[in-house]
Design a protein around this ligand. Structure first.
Ligand SMILES: O=C(O)C(=O)C[C@]1(C(=O)O)C=C[C@@H](O)C=C1
Length: 365
């Protein structure tokens, strides 16, 4: 046996015994989670028990990133623990997660990034259908896109909160990489048509103008649908991401063609309950003010005075016409914090209406 083979043999033996220990530890952790589930159901026998605890998950993942000794990067270690917790939660209670479909979209990728792969993810055809599914209790939580760093806010999602009783329970950010994809069957053929979702076309406009100027661009309902069409129609390509490419077995002609390299989409997790503080939280509110000069100043002044960081302010026209303006505001902190409570009381005093959409952990992954 060569030196190389001897050394490899020793190292693989060590890996086998480490795997054995890791498995025993993961099993002990899973038994703990099962016990947690019993404690929760015993304490609340008559009620809807919330097995999923986003504030606790955020604390676990933050701690893992803090104490990670390496050599695996913090992100990678947190991703592994994300999956371990996902599997433990599935033992407590299998979660049904509704997302803006179809299968293979970035929203599904965001749902799996946030909840891990041990959930049942349920594709729905529209944002309001995702809200309805969670409101009715058919799904435990929902995942919908809310803003993209290149293309801006997704108004339809924000507008749903005006009437929906649902709460925001979390957020997740996803780096969006688009590729030009073709079927291996049709590789080498001239491309005469490119399919994609309108947002993805917008995010790759300059690249497409530079490399495929004059080729017909056909907008379809999702990237996954674009990939599906490119998989069956000769002479066509799709602009879509990795999940859609994998789902339809497409090859990448050109990778990462988005015009802005930090192209990111933020998604919201919607649910039916209020989330306790995790230590690093964000709060979203919806406020309507009277249509009079200085209304926006009056609204924002208490945040400034109390030193609360605003992370987003969006103005939307009132759909009912009864509210002159509707402001969507995100700020750092939890609504149970003393300072946030003071600010909200002041805002409530001056506003026509204040709706607390939720406090939730700042995205960890
Ligand atoms: O701490 C809890 O409440 C648990 O249920 C355990 C656990 C975990 O595996 O760490 C599992 C699911 C929850 O979402 C949070 C954490």
């Amino acid at each position: 046996m060569s030196d190389e083979q001897t050394r490899l043999g020793e190292l693989r033996e060590e890996i086998d015994s480490l795997d054995q220990r890791i498995m025993e530890l993961i099993s002990a952790r899973a038994r703990c989670a099962q016990e947690v589930a019993h404690v929760k159901t015993d304490a609340h026998p008559e009620e809807d028990v919330f097995f999923y605890r986003p504030e606790r998950e955020a604390q676990v993942l933050r701690r893992i990133k803090e104490v990670n000794p390496g050599p695996l990067p913090d992100e990678e270690m947190a991703r592994l623990f994300r999956e371990i917790m996902s599997a433990c939660l599935a033992l407590e209670k299998p979660m049904h997660i509704a997302f803006l479909g179809p299968v293979g979209t970035f929203t599904q990728a965001a749902a799996l990034k946030h909840f891990g792969h041990s959930v049942v993810s349920v594709p729905l055809p529209a944002i309001d259908a995702v809200f309805r599914e969670v409101e009715s209790g058919a799904a435990n939580y929902g995942v919908v896109p809310v803003e993209n760093s290149t293309e801006g806010i997704i108004n339809h999602t924000l507008d749903m909160f005006i009437t929906s009783p649902l709460k925001i329970c979390g957020e997740v950010q996803l780096r969006i990489h688009h590729h030009l994809l073709v079927s291996p069957e049709f590789q080498g053929q001239e491309i005469t048509r490119i399919y994609s979702h309108q947002q993805s076309f917008a995010q790759c406009r300059q690249w497409l103008d530079a490399h495929h100027y004059g080729v017909e661009r056909v907008t379809v309902s999702s990237n996954a649908e674009a990939a599906r069409r490119a998989s069956v129609e000769p002479g066509t390509a799709a602009v879509a991401g990795d999940m859609a490419a994998g789902l339809y077995g497409l090859d990448t002609l050109a990778g990462n063609i988005e015009d802005w390299p930090d192209n990111t989409t933020r998604f919201l997790i919607i649910g039916r309950e209020d989330i306790p503080a995790s230590g690093q939280d964000k709060t979203s509110i919806l406020v309507s003010m009277k249509n009079e000069p200085g209304a926006l100043y009056q609204l924002l002044e208490p945040f400034h005075r109390q030193g609360v960081d605003l992370t987003r302010v969006e103005t939307r026209p009132s759909p009912s016409g009864t509210w002159a303006y509707v402001f969507y505001i995100d700020f750092e902190g939890h609504m149970d914090d003393e300072i946030a409570g003071k600010v909200l009381a002041e805002v409530e005093h001056d506003a026509v209406e204040l709706k607390r959409l939720g406090s939730y952990p700042i995205g960890v992954l």
